[in-house]
Design a protein around this ligand. Structure first.
Ligand code: CU
Length: 328
């Protein structure tokens, strides 16, 4: 995970630093809040995971300068044609219709641009799929219209997380439509695997500060991960239109110290320590056994399931990616 992306990023920084990075760091607000939107901000929510930081870098340093250049260039060409070749200033139009050099240029240049984008884009995609060994596993199930969370290794059975009603949110001084009744908890600096599924229709599990969004599809177990390097409260939302109350099923993750996480697990009646880490073997009840098996079996199929929106080829190639010579 000290991924090929980081190496590439470092080297490319020399080439691409400049306009894009300077502009975007200038627009980043010092007062940007972590884990939730900031009034008046125009940049992206600051990240607290390596993936999020890589994604922001990809946007600010690769995509934005390229997009800005293309917009300015095309607008310039348009203005030039409008001014120089309108009926008044160019009463006698040219009769030719082809120019081989121009056609080669306008074919090759976009291909080169797309290739540059693809290199960084695929590296980032590989980094997303290349999950380190997880320390904690969470199973998140989307319902119409709330979330259910389960910590199989800690033997915390599914609990329901609803939106915190407006009056309670105001009383508690937390953001309405982001705060929830029963948040997720995760230890800081640990790899947290999130297995995501849907119980009725398709939902999506998305936490901007972690840079993750994963579809919650009924009958399918998708997987994502995060490793937050900063304690705090991070909000997210369902990101797949799932019905009338889609806007009212937020997500809230508390990233806390390991000790605080263990205390929370104990409070929830779960188990911590090495025994808890032992997998499926000692499932206490039939229901839990069924759930554990369900959680583990589809995980084997994960590489293909992780990136449903992506083309199958890169997803399938993922496990080999870190060893590829190009990854140096
Ligand atoms: Cu939704």
């Amino acid at each position: 995970m000290k991924s090929s992306f980081h190496g590439l990023r470092t080297r490319a920084a020399g080439a691409f630093a400049g306009a894009g990075a300077a502009f975007w760091s200038a627009t980043a607000w010092a007062a940007d809040k972590y884990g939730q939107p900031t009034d008046g901000a125009i940049g992206m929510q600051p990240g607290v995971t390596p993936l999020r930081e890589d994604a922001i870098w990809f946007h600010n340093v690769i995509l934005m300068p390229i997009i800005t250049f293309i917009v300015v260039f095309v607008a310039g060409l348009l203005a030039w044609v409008v001014i120089r070749y309108n009926k008044k200033s160019n009463p006698v139009p040219a009769k030719w219709s082809h120019n081989t050099l121009v056609e080669i240029v306008w074919t090759v240049a976009p291909v080169m641009i797309l290739m540059v984008i693809a290199v960084f884009s695929f590296r980032l995609l590989f980094a997303y799929n290349d999950m380190p060994k997880p320390d904690v596993t969470i199973k998140a199930t989307g319902y119409q219209w709330y979330w259910g969370f389960e910590y199989p290794d800690q033997k915390i059975g599914e609990y329901v997380s609803n939106i915190l009603p407006e009056d309670k949110a105001q009383a508690a001084g937390v953001p309405y439509k982001l705060a929830v009744t029963e948040p997720l908890y995760a230890p800081v600096n640990k790899v947290v695997r999130v297995q995501v599924t849907g119980a009725d229709v398709i939902h999506a599990f998305a936490i901007p500060a972690f840079g993750i969004i994963t579809d919650a599809v009924p009958g399918r177990l998708n997987e994502t991960w995060f490793k937050a390097d900063r304690e705090g409260i991070y909000y997210g939302n369902c990101r797949e239109l799932c019905g009338v109350n889609h806007a009212f099923m937020p997500l809230e993750v508390h990233v806390v110290s390991q000790a605080a996480f263990d205390a929370w697990v104990a409070k929830k009646g779960g188990h911590t320590g090495p025994a808890a880490a032992a997998p499926a073997a000692a499932a206490p009840s039939a229901a839990a056994a069924g759930q554990t098996a369900a959680a583990i079996a589809p995980a084997a199929a994960t590489p293909a399931a992780v990136a449903p929106a992506a083309a199958p080829a890169p997803a399938a190639a993922t496990p080999a990616a870190p060893k590829a010579p190009a990854a140096k």
